[in-house]
Design a protein around this ligand. Sequence first.
Ligand code: HEC
Ligand code: HEC
Length: 343
Amino acid sequence: MHWVKAVKVATTTSVKRNKAVSHPASSVIIRKNWDPVALIVTLGFQITLMSSILFSRVTLIALIALFPVTGFAENAADEGLLAKGEYVFRISGCSHCHTTEDGKLLAGGRALVTPFGTFYTPNITPHRTAGIGAWTAREFRQSLHLGIAPDGSHYYPAFPYTSYTRITEQDMLALYTYIQSLPASDQASHPHDLAWFLRWRITAHFWKWLFFRAGEFQQHPAQSAQWNRGAYIAEAMAHCGECHTPRNLLGALRSGMAYAGNAEGPEDELVPNITPDEESGIGNWSHGELESFLKFGELPDGEYAAGSMEPVTLGLQNLNPADLEALIVYLRALPPIKNHVRK
Ligand code: HEC
Ligand code: HEC
């Protein structure tokens, strides 16, 4: 039993970067509190300004000369943040659920059929009324980190904030900046069609009280930096466990069975055991086989990943070599669990 039974997979995860990137909201936030580079630049600017007033006209000339440099540094910070945000976006698979096959990117409307009813993903494009264009970065982070909407109501866990809560604040800001730079769509969000007793969002609150603990990913000091990076990719961004870990009757992940496979995955698919158990998991895959799978979606027998894993591998293709290696290290170090997943 699980929340998302029928994620109709997007056939493509390709995303066109909008080159007109200077979104006003993002640059305000950069200047206000988040980005250390922009902060230093702004502070430097102010110190220069004060000294120019206090000391001499020479400083004033120097200040004028500084203008283009300051502007350049800010654009560079913006570009860096956008590139980082796009990376987080692709690895986290936001478009898989928030885009329909022939719909506009992130305009929502994908039906997720679950035992509890059908959820329709909302429009999360930067449209100010139909989407999340009027949201602040803080409201955005609150939705993914706490599962709480700007009006204070609670989200259902069909939205996997259960994993996204682990995304760091910096990555969340980058993701926000990137999504706000994409084209807006005015498509109206479709209401969910849920069992009557779940229509009140208070039930989501109750579920969270039982099963959800918010918190950023914590480094495990006993493990290597590489393992920790792999764990962050799998558990915070790529949310592998949301499909590969079986769920209890109330749709919560069974932590003792992490990655051991799920007979009732999205679209009622069978999701395989990916722990290193040699018999029921992928313990007998070589390092190269796992790498080819994550990079190209190619299975050791030459077949390609199908179903809801297909868009996941399309997203994972964007992993940089160091992150791909970190993910492999993490997966191969998982505790092996013997679990033959069958229908
Ligand atoms: C497994 C499918 C799934 C994935 C993947 C997913 N979402 Fe969602 N998302 C949902 C559903 C379903 C809802 C509606 C939840 C509700 O109404 O309680 C939602 C709601 C939201 C909302 C609230 C919108 C509003 O109008 O209140 C935001 C913001 C959001 N998602 C952003 C993201 C981002 C960013 C990502 C990627 C990091 C992402 N989602 C990935 C399914 C998904
Ligand atoms: C949206 C659900 C979903 C997510 C998220 C997901 N997977 Fe999968 N995965 C599947 C499904 C379904 C299959 C079976 C695909 C098939 O039958 O071709 C699969 C297959 C696999 C396989 C092949 C195993 C085998 O024995 O054939 C591996 C390895 C794998 N996934 C790793 C991962 C990793 C690593 C992540 C996170 C980075 C991940 N998956 C995230 C649904 C998912």
